[in-house]
Design a protein around this ligand. Structure first.
Ligand code: C2E
Ligand code: CA
Ligand code: CA
Ligand code: CA
Length: 279
């Protein structure tokens, strides 16, 4: 009825107002989160699919909010991107990874590949190359192979400037991995233009590869095409033994997902490496 519809509209706009209010509040709190040392990095192990040993980790950001508890990145990365706060946050992530890498070296851990997510907003920033060049001079840098995970949108919207940035950063010995592969335009052919050495198959395809014939074919095709272009492949979101078996049988190079391990605090990741070995 009309009355019901009207009430719904009111509820709807109340929800919208509430959402807007929460967003403004999160934005204010996000601005203070770095100085207040509220960010923490978790490390999710990435293993060699064939041998099972640890190849490295993906660093994933967590916000330890004073009253909300641990806030997942999906709830604040977009706000950070819209407000430009992702730039100082991204710089913090990189310096924290390198600090941790140096601490791991001192504690006798072998060299690992550590991947960091870099958003498109950061790539459009002029200061990115300088920030990363400076980071490459800190003691942790030589202890790991640093991998930047970028999404297809970075490459699709790429200008000559972005391309030059990608190459300049690549000269520091930093590698690139194309994240969420399969969700965007997904043309592997343009990858030849860029210094990208890895692709990560999005977990939505990995999820259904053992149940859905189309996803199975797609995963198989991505692995084969990537290999024929000389790229390594990581499958993300591996949750079951059947998925692992499927991926190994199709020569996927690396595996990441809850079956192997959830993202771990640094100390637990260290134990994981000691238990499972590395290469
Ligand atoms: P992503 O880069 O695709 O990261 C993988 C996400 O999948 C992580 O969520 C991880 O916890 C989750 N995941 C791992 N294994 C499994 C699994 O087996 N099943 C399922 N269902 N999920 C799994 P998380 O940590 O919540 O991060 C979400 C997104 O936030 C990331 O997606 C990434 O795009 C972004 N993000 C995280 N940390 C950073 C950062 O430091 N900087 C930037 N710019 N973005 C970040
Ligand atoms: Ca990622
Ligand atoms: Ca991903
Ligand atoms: Ca994602």
């Amino acid at each position: 009825s009309k009355q019901l519809g009207k009430n719904r509209c009111q509820f709807y706009s109340q929800d919208m107002q509430e959402a807007a209010r929460l967003r403004v509040q999160l934005e204010t709190e996000l601005r203070m989160a770095i100085e207040r040392k509220e960010f923490v990095l978790f490390y999710q192990p990435i293993i060699d699919a064939e041998r099972g040993c640890v190849s490295g980790a993906e660093a994933l950001l967590r916000w330890h909010h004073p009253s909300r508890g641990i806030v997942a990145p999906d709830e604040f990365i977009t706000i950070a991107e819209d407000t430009g706060l992702i730039v100082p946050i991204g710089a913090w992530v990189l310096s924290e990874v390198l600090r941790q890498a140096n601490a791991w070296r001192i504690r006798g851990l072998p060299p690992l590949r550590v991947a960091v997510n870099v958003s498109g907003v950061q790539f459009r920033e002029q200061g990115l190359v300088e920030m990363i060049t400076q980071a490459s001079c800190t003691p942790g840098f030589d202890e790991i192979t640093l991998v930047l995970e970028i999404t297809e949108s970075v490459l699709m919207q790429s200008s000559e400037v972005t391309e030059a940035r990608l190459r300049e950063i690549g000269l520091l010995g930093i590698e690139y991995s194309l994240d969420d592969f399969g969700t965007g335009y997904s043309s592997l052919s343009y990858l030849k233009r860029f210094p990208v050495g890895h692709v990560k198959i999005d977990r939505s395809f990995v999820n259904d590869c053992t149940d859905d014939r189309n996803d199975a074919l797609l995963v198989e095709a991505i692995i084969n095409m990537a290999h024929s272009l000389g790229l390594k492949v990581t499958a993300e979101g591996v949750e079951t033994e059947r998925q692992r078996a499927f991926l190994r049988a199709r020569n996927c190079d690396y595996l990441q997902g809850y079956l192997i391990s959830e993202p771990l605090p640094a100390a637990d990741f260290e134990l994981f490496v000691l238990r499972n070995g590395s290469r």
